[in-house]
Every structure is written in structure tokens, then in C-alpha cells.
Design a protein around this ligand. Structure first.
Ligand code: HEC
Ligand code: HEC
Ligand code: HEC
Ligand code: HEC
Ligand code: HEC
Length: 305
């Protein structure tokens, strides 16, 4: 590009704007090499090696630190031998028994609704995002890789070490999203260096007091002044059926009932597979959101403000 003052100014404005967005927590995204369209395979939720497809961790960086199962779904799902401790679709991941610090413990005077421990549709996400277990900690490794029912609640490195990586060195560590795990490279001032994208903001941890409440019951009285009522319900779920097709579509915000009434959970706002922003094949909404938050559209789906 030809150097000129206008370009310099534009660049500065862009830098200032992007910094402001990050600190203000608006709906922007940390740049990725993945295309973020078509499939979860082209998103950050692909834990395999996908350099050839334009995104994904480089083998040399990653192979020592997590098993490369070479299948995108298996880090979360398995067709057989799934985790039956938790009401989640064919769940293959370790879910460690945990008592989370919940949003109500912050003690804001304005919170009116009861908050319980996160339900299944949050525990799914927290099984990676609280940083307690490795991203590769699964019950059923692909093919004849091995099966261990104890993995449903407890990560065994001995079990995970049995995985044989056919296209690179075997992993000797099974890192999670925490300071001494993936963030050993993926953070500012990283322990292992490596100049990798900073993932610090992706680490939710076990203290949920600084996150939008989850496990919080949606007010049922309604059409209320403060909340918009969902427009469809079935057993276990209520949702904002924007296209009136009576199906909870990926781009519709939903509430989950895991026995305590309809509650907000992580998957109310996010779909971990990616949601096309404008029909099949289009770029996914940033940060796996079901509804773009441009103009605070996501917030305004539930809140009347
Ligand atoms: C009420 C809606 C809502 C709920 C519930 C919710 N999120 Fe989010 N989440 C958002 C929005 C909006 C963003 C984008 C924020 C931004 O761009 O700064 C986001 C961003 C993120 C990010 C990217 C990091 C960041 O701060 O930008 C992660 C990781 C994340 N959410 C995980 C979770 C997990 C895990 C849960 C459950 C514990 C959860 N979210 C519950 C709305 C929600
Ligand atoms: C990073 C974890 C993750 C990966 C990888 C993943 N999923 Fe999922 N999947 C989930 C979670 C979490 C749910 C439950 C969402 C909810 O709470 O409603 C789910 C739900 C589903 C469902 C049922 C509900 C729905 O949304 O249709 C299907 C089908 C599914 N996944 C298929 C797949 C397939 C096929 C792949 C691989 C191409 C895949 N998933 C990869 C996390 C994942
Ligand atoms: C298999 C582990 C795993 C599970 C399960 C998982 N994530 Fe993630 N997610 C990650 C990792 C690791 C990252 C960090 C980025 C990366 O790997 O590139 C990430 C990144 C994200 C981001 C940031 C994406 C971006 O481009 O800025 C969001 C948002 C997010 N996850 C939300 C969720 C939500 C919500 C769920 C549950 C519905 C979930 N994740 C389940 C591993 C997981
Ligand atoms: C030894 C250093 C190191 C460790 C440890 C490490 N990474 Fe990376 N990773 C890198 C480097 C270097 C890159 C390429 C530069 C970049 O994209 O940030 C990368 C890239 C990635 C990418 C592609 C980012 C994108 O959006 O294009 C993902 C996803 C990823 N790593 C996930 C992980 C996860 C999950 C862990 C923990 C299990 C992890 N990494 C641990 C060094 C590391
Ligand atoms: C799926 C529905 C839903 C979505 C989407 C949603 N919220 Fe909420 N939000 C709730 C519920 C339910 C409560 C609990 C209200 C109460 O206890 O009075 C709540 C509470 C809050 C509170 C009050 C917390 C307190 O301490 O009183 C704030 C602030 C808030 N949400 C902001 C947001 C923002 C900002 C967004 C968009 C990023 C958002 N919400 C998206 C359902 C939602």
C-alpha cells in the first residue's frame, strides 16, 4: 500500500477503535486464521491440526500439549459410550464435579430472580472454559484409541497418553484453558513464549460472579415491563421462535429447563458450532453468538430496555 497521511490516520483510528472495543466488551472478535464459515471445523472450536485449511494450531506448537484426534466432533461428542451423568447430547467430555461461585454471590440489589449452579447447557462449555480439565479429556477416543468410563468425572493422563498420533509426536501434556496450560503460550508474557494469540479473555474460570448470570430463572410473569416472553415452549426448552416454525433454530435465543424452571445458560446466547450471520455459507456471528449483538440485539431479545 502507498504510504500517505490519510492511510496513517485511518490506521490510527482503526487501532484506537479496536482497542476501545476490546476494553468496552462490545461484540467484536479477536482475529483468527479460521474462515469462521460453513462448519465448526472452520472455527476455533476445532482442536485438531488444520493448518492446511488456513486455520488451526500448528502441529509443532500443539502436538506435545493435546491429543490430535483428527476428528473435530470427538472433543465434545461420541456416538457410543457417552457421558450419562449429564443431560447433554452424546457428551464425550469429562465434567468434573464443581461448586461454582455464582453471579448472585456478587450481591447486586437489582437481581430479582433465583440463581442456581450452572445447568448442563452451561456445564458443557465450562468443561473447557473453566480450565479445570484438558481440552482433549474425553471418555471415548476415536477408533480403537481407548474407552474409560471414569473419564466422565476425572481426567486420567495415563489414559489420554495411550493415544497414538499418526501424524506427529504424541502429546505428553493434556492442557486446559488456564494459566499454566494453553495460556503458557496464548497470553501476554507467556511462560513458554511462542507469540501466540492471547486467549486470556476466553478463560471463564470457576468464579462466575463477573459473567452474565447463568442458572438464573427467567421471569414467567409476563409480557412484563422488563422482559420479553419467549414465543414457543416444549419440554425442557423455551425459545424466541423468530420464524414461527416451532423448531428451536440455531439462530434463536433459548432458555433451558433442567428441573428448576426455564433458565438462562451459556447455550442460551451461544451455539458452539457457529451460527451463520446471513444464511447458509455466510460468515458466522462473532464469538459463536446465536444472534449478533450489533445494536445490542442479543440483549434486547430478552430484556425490554
Ligand atoms: C446473556 C447472553 C450470554 C450468556 C448467558 C453467555 N454469554 Fe458468552 N458472550 C456473550 C456476548 C454478547 C459475548 C461477546 C462479548 C464481546 O464481544 O466482548 C460473549 C463472549 C464470550 C466469550 C469470548 C470472550 C469475550 O469475553 O469476548 C466466551 C469465551 C464466552 N462468551 C463464553 C461463555 C460461557 C462459557 C458462558 C456460560 C458460563 C457464556 N459465555 C454465557 C453473551 C453471553
Ligand atoms: C466444542 C464442543 C463441541 C464440538 C467440537 C461439537 N459440538 Fe455439537 N454440541 C456441543 C454442545 C455444547 C451441544 C449442546 C448445545 C446446547 O446446550 O443446546 C451440542 C449439540 C449438538 C447437537 C444437538 C443439538 C443441535 O445443536 O443440533 C448435534 C446434532 C451436534 N452437537 C452435532 C455435532 C457435530 C456433528 C459435531 C462435529 C462436526 C459437533 N457437534 C461438534 C458442543 C460441541
Ligand atoms: C473442547 C473444549 C471446548 C468446549 C466444550 C467449548 N469451548 Fe469454547 N473455546 C475452546 C477453546 C480452547 C477456545 C480458545 C480459542 C481457541 O482454541 O482458538 C474457545 C473459544 C471460545 C470462544 C471465543 C471464540 C472467538 O472466536 O472469539 C467462545 C465465545 C467460546 N469458546 C464459547 C463457548 C461456549 C459458549 C461453549 C459451550 C456452548 C464452548 N465454548 C464450549 C474450547 C471449548
Ligand atoms: C508451546 C506454545 C503453545 C501452546 C502450549 C499452545 N499453543 Fe496454540 N498456538 C501456538 C502458536 C505459536 C500458534 C500460531 C499463532 C496463533 O495463531 O496464535 C497457535 C495457534 C493456535 C490456534 C489457532 C488460532 C487461530 O484462531 O487461528 C488454536 C485454536 C490454538 N492454538 C489452540 C490451543 C489450545 C486449545 C491450546 C491448549 C491445549 C494451545 N493452543 C496451546 C502455540 C501454542
Ligand atoms: C436469554 C435471555 C437473556 C439475554 C439474551 C440477556 N439477558 Fe440479561 N438477564 C436475563 C435474566 C433472566 C436476568 C435476571 C434478571 C433478574 O434477576 O432480575 C438478567 C440479568 C441481567 C442484568 C442484571 C444483573 C443484576 O445484577 O441485576 C444485566 C445488567 C443484564 N442482564 C444485562 C444483559 C446484557 C448486557 C445482555 C446482552 C449482552 C443480556 N443481559 C442478555 C436474561 C437475559
Amino acid at each position: 500500500m502507498k504510504f500517505n497521511a490519510g492511510w496513517l490516520l485511518g490506521g490510527l483510528v482503526a487501532v484506537l477503535l479496536s482497542t476501545a472495543w476490546v476494553t468496552a466488551g462490545a461484540d467484536t472478535d479477536i482475529p483468527t486464521k479460521f474462515s469462521n464459515r460453513g462448519s465448526i471445523a472452520n472455527t476455533r472450536h476445532n482442536m485438531t491440526q488444520r493448518q492446511a485449511e488456513g486455520g488451526g494450531p500448528a502441529a509443532t506448537n500443539m502436538d506435545p500439549y493435546r491429543n490430535d484426534y483428527q476428528e473435530v466432533c470427538v472433543y465434545c461428542h461420541t456416538p457410543h459410550g457417552a457421558n450419562s451423568n449429564v443431560a447433554l447430547p452424546l457428551w464425550n467430555r469429562t465434567i468434573k464435579a464443581t461448586t461454582y461461585q455464582t453471579y448472585n454471590q456478587l450481591g447486586t440489589a437489582s437481581l430479582t430472580q433465583p440463581v442456581t449452579q450452572p445447568g448442563p447447557n452451561s456445564l458443557a462449555c465450562l468443561s473447557c472454559h473453566d480450565g479445570q480439565v484438558g481440552v482433549d479429556s474425553v471418555i471415548n477416543m476415536p477408533g480403537s484409541g481407548g474407552y474409560n468410563a471414569n473419564q466422565a468425572t476425572t481426567q486420567s493422563d495415563t489414559f489420554l497418553n495411550a493415544w497414538n498420533n499418526s501424524r506427529g509426536p504424541d502429546a505428553t501434556r493434556h492442557m486446559g484453558l488456564n494459566q499454566t496450560g494453553c495460556l503458557a503460550c496464548h497470553s501476554a508474557g507467556a511462560l513458554l513464549g511462542g507469540n501466540a494469540t492471547d486467549f486470556a479473555v476466553f478463560v471463564i474460570g470457576t468464579d462466575l460472579r463477573n459473567d452474565h448470570p447463568v442458572g438464573v430463572r427467567f421471569p414467567t410473569a409476563g409480557p412484563g415491563v422488563d422482559f420479553k416472553p419467549p414465543t414457543a415452549t416444549r419440554v425442557g426448552m423455551a425459545w424466541f421462535d423468530d420464524n414461527s416454525n416451532r423448531r428451536p433454530d440455531t439462530n434463536e435465543v433459548r432458555l433451558y429447563d433442567s428441573g428448576e424452571g426455564f433458565e438462562v445458560e451459556c447455550a442460551s446466547c451461544h451455539d458452539p458450532h457457529g451460527v451463520p450471520s446471513n444464511g447458509v455459507g455466510s460468515q458466522f456471528n462473532p464469538t459463536f453468538l446465536r444472534v449478533t449483538n450489533a445494536g445490542s440485539a442479543l440483549c434486547l431479545t430478552c430484556h425490554s430496555k
